[in-house]
Write a protein that binds this ligand. Structure first.
Ligand code: SAM
Length: 197
């Protein structure tokens, strides 16, 4: 299981970027998203997405005691920071772990997190973004397979198309389900209609 803990969220200015951290956690293979400090607006947005597009996250939660959350995490703690070790030097080892907590920060991350982490991991040693860092970390962890994880339930599914947008109701999406190497119908009834191998 992989959980993402977003720390240092500032409700007055980080709503959008923190929501993006949550959406990336969801879309890129995490099983849980935990926000600190609590901000119901962000959690609500993520729950809405899960309701509409299907369940990928088993847990959406928050904590006002993030250090305690990390200290009581019963597994491996990974902290994403530009000061850490190159992702490629540690990712194979991290992939062997059962329960992984991935911490991403906001402005300045307190020193204790660097010490509590089993792995301080850098996605390149330049400053960029928690959204980019999380996406690349999860993509390396899963070797790209996370993009094809299928949600459970929800209301809508996208049928990948070359042009335009094709969205169907759950239950009407046909056999391919958007799996890699399988192309569903093209938009606007053009050539190649139907499922191709
Ligand atoms: N100077 C800040 C620090 O203390 O690391 C950078 C803050 S950055 C705006 C917010 C978060 O993005 C960081 O806490 C870290 O989780 C993530 N991040 C930014 N650049 C990163 C990098 N090169 N590698 C890994 N994580 C990064």
């Amino acid at each position: 299981k992989v959980y993402v803990l977003r720390i240092g969220h500032r409700p007055d200015r980080d709503k959008r970027i923190t929501t993006h951290v949550g959406l990336v956690a969801r879309a890129f293979g995490a099983h849980g998203f935990v926000l600190s400090p609590c901000d119901e607006k962000v959690l609500e947005k993520l729950r809405d997405v899960e309701e509409r597009w299907g369940r990928l996250l088993e847990e959406i939660a928050c904590t006002n005691s993030p250090l305690k959350y990390v200290k009581t995490w019963d597994g491996t703690v990974v902290h994403l920071t530009m000061y850490g070790l190159p992702v490629d030097s540690v990712i194979d080892e991290i992939r062997q772990k059962d329960k992984i907590l991935v911490i991403v920060g906001a402005e300045k991350v307190p020193r204790e997190y660097y010490e509590l982490a089993h792995y301080n991991v850098a996605i390149g040693n330049q400053p960029h973004s928690e959204v980019a860092a999380l996406a690349i970390f999860l993509d390396r962890l899963y070797g790209g397979a996370e993009l094809y994880r299928q949600p459970v339930g929800g209301k809508l599914r996208i049928i990948p198309t070359e042009k335009g947008k094709k969205v169907v109701k759950v239950g009407e999406e046909g056999p391919s389900g958007g799996a890699p190497g399988v192309r569903a119908e093209r938009g606007r009834g053009g050539r190649g209609e139907g499922v191709q191998g």
